[in-house]
Write a protein that binds this ligand. Structure first.
Ligand SMILES: [Zn+2]
Length: 174
């Protein structure tokens, strides 16, 4: 049994290929490693499936990019060996090694973007998001093995066109 991760999201559909927030969206110098599910800040985030929390950490910080706010991520490994990365969260309500049920609360949507710091020099896709007044969302990635830390990966984007082998298209997993 699988659960839509943000009951309060603006849309209950996965962004279709090529649209903003879609998987592997071409953002000029980078590509999008997951999907964005837009929702008001503070919205509840639920686990898609039963699984174990295998990692929790910092996702975005102001130190790395000025238009970012501080957000966190949680990695949950499911019984079918999919690993879900729930990111751009303001708060996480589960602990490392905890077993979670599908549909269980795991955290809350954060406000990833600081509109005051977005300028004409910011990436085009960021300026487009600001025009639509979208500052908060769940950023969701799916892997079939634990994601590696590489210099090509930054805040949910991948610099380079060669997709990491363990990165899956969430459209086929939800
Ligand atoms: Zn994203």
């Amino acid at each position: 049994m699988k659960y839509w991760p943000v009951p309060n999201s603006h849309s209950k559909k996965i962004p279709i290929k090529g649209t903003p927030g879609s998987f592997w969206e071409d953002r000029g110098d980078r590509r999008h490693c997951g999907i964005d599910i837009y929702a008001p800040a503070g919205s509840e985030v639920m686990s898609i499936d039963d699984g174990t929390v295998i990692d929790i950490g910092s996702f975005t910080t102001t130190n790395k990019i000025p238009y970012w706010n501080k957000t966190k991520y949680v990695l949950i490994k499911c019984l079918d060996f999919c690993i879900y990365k729930y990111a751009e969260l303001q708060k996480i309500t589960v602990k490392l090694n905890e077993f979670v049920k599908g549909g269980q609360l795991i955290g809350y949507v954060g406000t990833v973007l600081n509109f005051d710091k977005i300028t004409n020099n910011s990436p085009q896709y960021i300026q487009e998001i600001k025009k639509k007044s979208i500052a908060s969302m769940l950023h969701l990635e799916v892997y079939n093995s634990k994601p590696k830390v590489t210099k090509e990966y930054l805040g949910g984007n991948f610099f380079g066109n060669k997709k990491p082998e363990n990165l899956l298209n969430p459209s086929y997993q939800l």
